[in-house]
Design a protein around this ligand. Structure first.
Ligand code: GTP
Ligand code: MG
Length: 246
């Protein structure tokens, strides 16, 4: 079997309004979570090379269902989760969604890892840190995408990346959580994302042990707390275990 998933084979599978409506738990899946408008649907479209797969919108709150996409076979899946923090959704509906989302996150046996998307200009907002706490409790691997990296100059983007790395270190989350820059608009970071997702999905589908993730992205030599992880910050991916240290 290939060591990479062919994300370009992605096809719409089903939309679930409740946990009960989700497809069979057979196989493996990765879910995309994040604040409304963070770029979840856009990232799925970029990853799969299909701009029409997941519905994107300038209006926050577009994705209001758990949308499942199959990757060549129904046992390999991506899931586009509804965004959180969208104020205009009526409270009753919000609570209902929260219930189903929470049930999905806690009970879904085929969930191998979570891609947590944050707009690079506003990372680590309250729901993001709550998701990271949840992941730590559940021992669920998380890969953070700092999205819309095209909106910042390179230096500012790297600083944001380092700030998030530092947070993960302080919170002792680096065994479980990795992070990279990403842009659906210019394709920045797509290969890194593909590598992490393949590492989660393929071993799980084989029935062997889950994929390991690199705890850090490449980091600059001048980072006192994080320099042991790597050195080449020009790469935006979190999957460069062979990068030289200096
Ligand atoms: N510049 C830039 N804009 C982006 C990028 N990714 C997404 N956007 C824009 O951000 C807006 C929201 O994108 P979506 O992908 O719909 O966001 P979402 O997280 O799925 O939103 P909800 O479904 O509401 O939770 C759209 O106008 C996108 O064009 C990016 O990498 N760069
Ligand atoms: Mg969406």
């Amino acid at each position: 079997m290939s060591s990479r998933v062919n994300f370009r084979q992605a096809q719409y599978l089903i939309s679930a309004q409740t946990f009960q409506q989700c497809p069979s738990e057979e196989g493996a899946e990765v879910a995309f979570a994040g604040r409304s408008n963070a770029g979840k649907s856009s990232a799925i479209n970029r990853l799969t090379g299909n701009g029409k797969l997941a519905r994107t919108s300038k209006t926050p709150g577009r994705t209001q269902l758990l949308n499942f996409f199959s990757l060549g076979e129904p046992t390999l899946r991506l899931v586009d989760l509804p965004g959180y923090g969208y104020a205009k959704v009526p409270l009753a509906k919000k609570n209902d969604w929260q219930k189903h989302l929470s049930q999905y996150l806690h009970e879904r046996k085929s969930l191998m890892g979570l891609v947590l998307l944050m707009d690079i200009r506003h990372p680590l907002q309250s729901f993001d840190t709550m998701m990271l706490e949840w992941a730590a409790d559940m021992e669920m691997p998380v890969h953070i995408l700092l999205t819309k990296s095209d909106k910042l100059k390179r230096g500012a983007a790297k600083k944001s990346l380092l700030d998030v790395c530092q947070y993960l270190t302080v919170e002792n989350l680096t065994d479980l959580v990795s992070v990279q820059l990403f842009s659906s608009h210019n394709g920045d970071g797509v290969e890194g994302l593909e590598a992490v997702l393949s590492g989660w999905l393929l071993p799980a589908q084989d029935g062997s042990a889950g994929g390991e993730i690199e705890p850090y992205p490449d980091l600059p030599d001048n980072s006192s707390t994080l320099s042991a992880a790597g050195s080449n910050i020009d790469s935006t991916t979190a999957s460069t275990p062979d990068a030289p240290d200096s």
